[in-house]
Design a protein around this ligand. Sequence first.
Ligand code: NZQ
Ligand code: ZN
Length: 414
Amino acid sequence: MNDFTFYSPTRFVFGRGVCDRVGTELETAGYRRALLVYGGGSVVRCGTLDRVKASLDASGIGHVELGGVRPNPEIASVREGVVLAREHDVDLILAVGGGSTMDAAKAIAVGAVYDGDVWDFFRKRAVPAARIDTACVVTIPASGSEGSNSCVISNDEEHLKCGLNTDLNRPVISFLDPELTFTLPAYQTAAGVTDMIAHIMERFFSGEPAAHVTDNIACGIIRAVIDAAGRVMDDPQDYDARAALMWAGTLAHNGLAGCGLGVPGTGRDGDWTCHGLEHELSAFDTSITHGAGLAVIFPAWMHYVWREHPERFLAFGSQVFGIEPVDPAVDDLSDIDEEITPERAVRDAVEATIDELQDFFVSLGMPRTLSEFGMSEDDIEHLMPGLAINRGESFGSFKKLTLDDARAIYRSAL
Ligand code: NZQ
Ligand code: ZN
């Protein structure tokens, strides 16, 4: 097990109706005036925003609002929020929504106490040194932003989507009320499921040796997510299944699933190539949902790199899907004509694992190919400048990759 620091300072308030407790919890924590940040209107239509505002009013916490944050949030909303936060001298940025809203809130939080333009942080021209505290009312289990140190913002003018990782991004309090997720469209539920599994896999496939406690946590969460996803697709109001997804989404990305798997000397607790490749997709076409992009990219990356550490794929296949390589010493192979060499047995088990994973994503309604987003071979070159800025010429820890490898992975996913 590699050395690690596990830091997850967020207070998670979980359960039915906790969004009505936002005011009392924040008052107890000493907050007086909040900037409420939300998305394109789902929280208005579902009544969640009114419930949160009523709860703040009852506790005497003042509030101003910034709505309209879009999926793959844009820097313009963040800049608007920075102005509002300063103008109204708020002591808390409170996100009510999904990863896009939470990330916009986190960016506002560091931008409001910085003299320059907040985009500097995302282009690595400056490092944030302070923030206004953030809190989240989560409406979709997916990004794990409610407990993560990450924040991802797009800049349409520059055709970029860039991340900022710092512990300043960790929210002080996150409210997780599974009933708020009953209204999610099936596609968003599925994209969220894919994203949380991806957060675990980025860490599992860091290229570092097994860390058995973490591996068991990781694969156990994924098994629970697969089970709950099926139940939610059958019955969107299945509380226990929604609750399982909600907590899994948080644990998948607060650092727990990476303990002992971090890459020495990099500060990274996983490989994160697939996230890098996906972020270029949703920067190129801002209508692409992050989780849907990952559903295409992850299997393509896996086919490309598995030979580097087949043992990690065998462990994953065994623990998540119960797939074991055939063993001529114990299995009846009388139906199989060709000779099963040990190499062939491993390859078959790995390919079966990747196929099982991809079939699961597709069974939820996720795409299998980039062409389902309307992309073609010609589009791939448009992804490369952003990738070079965000990842450099060489990236990845499971297998070191170049920009040409990235091209090949994108091409294989068309
Ligand atoms: O905008 P509204 O109207 O609220 O609708 C949203 C949006 O259209 C809708 N929605 C959310 N909750 C709902 C709901 N509709 C009905 N009922 C509800 N309860 O769902 C759509 C997607 O929302 P979004 O916030 O974009 O989803 P998600 O949580 O998947 O966030 C995606 C963003 O997070 C980033 C992604 O790159 C992407 O920009 N990520 C953030 C991470 C982090 N900060 O740690 C890590 C991730 O890897 C990811 O990169
Ligand atoms: Zn993600």
